[in-house]
Design a protein around this ligand. Sequence first.
Ligand SMILES: [Zn+2]
Ligand SMILES: [Zn+2]
Length: 136
Amino acid sequence: MTHSGRCYCGDIQFEFEEPIHSQILCHCRECRYLSGGEPNASIVISEDTFTVTQGAFKTFARSDLSEPRVRYFCGNCGTHICVKSPPRPGMLVLKIGTLDDHSWFRPQAAIFCVDKQPFHQIPADVPSFDKTPPPK
Ligand SMILES: [Zn+2]
Ligand SMILES: [Zn+2]
């Protein structure tokens, strides 16, 4: 199945194919800068199924970290669309709010709860982890 999405201004449009490897709510400090304060709702997809159909990303990576995440965003409206994380080669972490339809999103894990704030509410049926789930 093909999913499509775009940034807020529409300069960047993209598509990707399933499978969706995981659906997560991330409570880390970094994500709160990007989400506005709530946990960041994201999915993990295979990078090779992802296609930019219009426009071009700007990227950002912190220069003070040895293995920084690379963040992909619209240089016009600033919408943060996806992240590449060095420990997960070949994967993209995509913000679900950029998808045309994200009504199907069902979080499977709440991660980095070590950074969770008192006002964050994790749904009762979603397992939570201090950092990330242990490898299977
Ligand atoms: Zn934009
Ligand atoms: Zn995070």
